[in-house]
Design a protein around this ligand. Structure first.
Ligand code: UDP
Length: 239
């Protein structure tokens, strides 16, 4: 792995499922602690860290429609799920001595202060880890889109997207053993080859605003810290 300069400011996207290990439900203490350790290391190096966390381990709006919950309400439930995960991460960070805050894209003080760019920037510059919850604050969006939006707003050097695979492949590596990994790829290639990286709303937003994405495997211990330090693992997506 090549070593680059560490990032100055990043937006880390964690999926909800990444908090729950094998069961894919709830929050597992060990996973939470592993993330906290890496985030703490990176914060000590002076890297400004914004985090957007998903809610899939608790609820997804689309799956609710199977159980008679309408999409609008289901998405609101999903957004609240991101708040639950954000509070868990924030609390675990604070317990480890890391200054951290949860901002919400939907007003719900005192659970978290309402997000605004100036508020987020102020906290980041003070060295706080800032957890940006509720995704975009609107139904019909994903937390990937929330992460894309916030990474652009906070002028991050890159959006770091933690997944279960170690990058982007020519085909789904969990299904096709001949699939090959890209070290770098352009947005155009992703569209042309119809590769599944993020939903199109999220990737188009990044493309149009020239935001670099690093897709990497969150499940391998130490990877998160390596990516935060700027090591070239995973796949880099850019224009
Ligand atoms: N959600 C939403 N608007 C947003 C972000 C999320 O309505 O801007 C809802 C949506 O229902 C989604 C759920 O929150 O299914 C959880 O987010 P996501 O599925 O992106 O979580 P992840 O897959 O990253 O765990």
């Amino acid at each position: 792995t090549k070593q680059q300069k560490p990032y100055k400011r990043v937006l880390l996207k964690l999926s909800g499922e990444s908090l729950s290990a094998e069961t894919k439900h709830g929050i597992e203490a060990e996973r939470l602690q592993a993330y906290v350790n890496d985030i703490k290391e990176a914060q000590k190096m002076g890297i400004q860290i914004g985090i957007v966390i998903g809610g899939g381990n608790i609820f997804r709006g689309v799956s609710g429609t199977n159980t008679g919950i309408d999409r609008y309400s289901g998405d609101q439930m999903g957004m609240l799920a991101t708040v639950i995960n954000s509070l868990a991460l924030c609390s675990a960070l604070r317990a480890a001595g890391v200054e951290a805050d949860v901002l919400t894209a939907v007003r719900m003080e005192p659970i978290g202060e309402m997000y605004s760019k100036p508020k987020a920037m102020k906290l980041l510059k003070e060295g706080h880890v800032v957890i940006l919850s509720c995704g975009t604050g609107n139904p019909y969006f994903t937390t990937d889109t929330g992460a894309a939006l916030r990474s652009i707003e906070i002028e991050a050097d890159a959006m770091l997207k933690g997944t279960r695979v170690d990058g982007i492949y020519t085909a789904d590596p969990e299904k096709d053993p001949t699939a090959k990994k890209y070290n770098t790829i352009t947005y155009q290639e992703i569209y042309d080859k119809k590769l599944k990286v993020m939903d199109l709303t999220a990737s188009t937003l990044c493309q149009e605003n020239d935001m670099k994405i690093v897709v990497f495997d969150m499940d391998t211990p130490g990877n998160l810290l390596a990516v935060l330090k700027g090591e070239e693992i995973g796949t880099i997506v850019k224009n």
